[in-house]
Design a protein around this ligand. Sequence first.
Ligand SMILES: Nc1ncnc2c1ncn2[C@@H]1O[C@H](COP(=O)(O)OP(=O)(O)OP(=O)(O)O)[C@@H](O)[C@H]1O
Ligand SMILES: NC(=O)c1ccc[n+]([C@@H]2O[C@H](COP(=O)(O)O)[C@@H](O)[C@H]2O)c1
Ligand SMILES: [Zn+2]
Length: 305
Amino acid sequence: MRLVSSAVAVRLHLSSSEAVQQSLLPPQNMEKSDDRREVVLLATGSFNPITVMHLRLFELARDYLHETGKYKVIKGIISPVGDGYKKKGLIEASHRLAMANLATKNSNWIEVDSWECSQKEWMETVLVLRHHQQKLANANTSDSSEKVVHKKGHKRKRENSYQDKTDRCLQESKVMPQVKLLCGADMLESLGKPNLWKNEDVIEILSSFGIVCITRLGSNASNFIYESDILWKYKHMIHLVEEWITNDISSTKIRRALRRGMSIRYLVPDSVVEYIENHELYNERSEERNSGIILEPLARNSKNS
Ligand SMILES: Nc1ncnc2c1ncn2[C@@H]1O[C@H](COP(=O)(O)OP(=O)(O)OP(=O)(O)O)[C@@H](O)[C@H]1O
Ligand SMILES: NC(=O)c1ccc[n+]([C@@H]2O[C@H](COP(=O)(O)O)[C@@H](O)[C@H]2O)c1
Ligand SMILES: [Zn+2]
């Protein structure tokens, strides 16, 4: 349930006499005021295949944001990249999507979204963030336009008066959840690779959304922020989360183990192990997919530069 400030809730839903009654009710009957900003965490990546560390990123980020007292994480979204990304060894999105769905089956807040990987071509991460932010905005607007007021025992649609619009804006600015990019420190560092990311995209990701970054062995996120002028400027939009229980699980290592016929049990969820076995995924042949092909963002950005 979405929590709105009680003042706004009172103005939106109640007549003045109801409002007076409501204000006299004991606190447990009133909608609790919660000033924390709602956040949706969006993780993009290959997920080739999904590992338990990908799931841990979400848990770590949520704990961290809740501990600040300023944010309330309402959803996590895993968005596997489309086949057009052309990364070496990237298997079909349909399999990566299916494995991610199996892996998140037991989570009541992390979901998998197929919008990005069902696009014909690879798309910049900023567009994926925009898409999910827009989806939330649409849901929010239709929610509020469907609200009804009770007057003389009748229900009617909210009027579209100036006051109504102002109320709605006030409510939306209060409750509109913010999509934030969730990533590991290696992905943060990739922002500095020539031709991989456009500067304007990095600026928009930082200024309009923000990043929650989990530390990773082999990467030094805080040093990278220090060395990058853009990241330094927007450092207030980057939440750096320390993973104390370090674990160097990566999809590359999972694929390597599989090629060598070694067990990957307990590194990925059991259902994913089973899916990989049943579909005979990941072997020397699949590792050669896209071999010799330039990664799409590199190809696209060097063409345009
Ligand atoms: N062990 C980890 N610690 C921190 N972040 C991680 C870890 N594993 C994956 N991530 C993050 O998860 C996101 C998706 O990563 P990706 O699908 O590339 O997995 P990966 O394990 O890094 O795979 P690969 O080895 O193929 O690059 C990225 O933001 C990446 O930084
Ligand atoms: N310019 C960009 O928007 C850009 C560049 C490189 C990678 N990415 C994204 O970052 C993620 C990286 O995933 P991998 O670490 O698995 O390669 C993917 O989701 C990819 O689409 C975005
Ligand atoms: Zn990676």
